[in-house]
Design a protein around this ligand. Structure first.
Ligand SMILES: C[S@@+](CC[C@H](N)C(=O)[O-])C[C@H]1O[C@@H](n2cnc3c(N)ncnc32)[C@H](O)[C@@H]1O
Length: 232
């Protein structure tokens, strides 16, 4: 594991322990009412149906998986943070969900039966674009024909310069300092994506692809986009 992966993994371990609430632990502080809409949006974009076998990479505490579990036959949900997985098992289990600790950068789950993959709000924590590309190559090799992938919440590199200006802090004192540090790290250590570079990768691999806007209004929706992939 390289230094960036170790750094982010430690941050997620910490968040899992500090924030008991599964939504706050994701770092997105979503209004609980927004989450079912997000699950519905994901379900529509990935065309989820009964009979689908879904892998969710970067599941955090499994809040989305519980909502999606009613739409599919089974979910294998993974996260590299053991604390996230422990909490997911305690709070968001269902008969057709299996939670496992695994690093998405070198995922080892492809002996599993699957035809849909969800990677939501995860790729910007990967250590490089090469790791992103390598995972997509691996997915393409193992995905059955007709299989689909949704990569959600990708930070748009063309909006990166607006990110600091849009940033404002309602917190006071130490919380304000913590928020500023989080913002600074996001700006400098995230992967930021352009549609051009992702198009190039998808064409090279052979995926049919399409960029989708986020319909559910999240605080950062204007600065993000989703990417849908299909193996024909
Ligand atoms: C912003 S949260 C998103 C959680 C969930 N997908 C959602 O949208 O509610 C990012 C999650 O991805 C996980 N993650 C980041 N990089 C990962 C990797 N390389 N392998 C596995 N999990 C990863 C983190 O531990 C964290 O739980």
């Amino acid at each position: 594991m390289n230094i960036i992966t170790i750094f982010w993994k430690s941050i997620w371990e910490l968040r899992a322990k500090i924030h008991k609430d599964p939504l706050r632990a994701t770092g997105r502080d979503l209004n609980p009412e927004v989450y079912p809409h997000l699950a519905q949006e994901i379900s529509e974009k990935l065309h989820l149906v009964e009979g689908d076998y879904l892998i969710d990479i970067g599941c955090a505490k499994g809040a989305l998986d519980l909502l999606l579990s009613t739409k599919v036959s089974s979910i294998m949900a993974t996260d590299y943070s053991q604390s996230m997985i422990d909490c997911a098992i305690m709070r968001n289990s269902a008969n057709n969900i299996e939670f496992r600790q695994d690093n998405g950068e070198k995922l080892n789950l492809f002996s599993q039966k699957f035809n849909k993959i969800l990677i939501y709000s995860v790729f910007h924590y990967f250590s490089s674009l090469t790791k992103v590309k390598n995972l997509l190559i691996k997915i393409f090799e193992k995905l059955p024909r007709g299989g689909e992938v949704l990569i959600g919440d990708l930070p748009d590199k063309n909006r990166r310069q607006l990110f600091p200006r849009r940033y404002y802090c309602e917190q006071k004192g130490i919380k304000r300092i913590v928020e500023y540090i989080v913002f600074f790290l996001s700006y400098h250590l995230w992967q930021w994506f352009t549609k051009d570079s992702l198009s190039e990768i998808c064409k090279q691999i052979g995926f049919e692809y399409s960029f989708l806007p986020q319909e559910t209004e999240q605080p950062t929706s204007r600065d993000r986009f989703d990417l849908w992939l299909k193996k024909n």
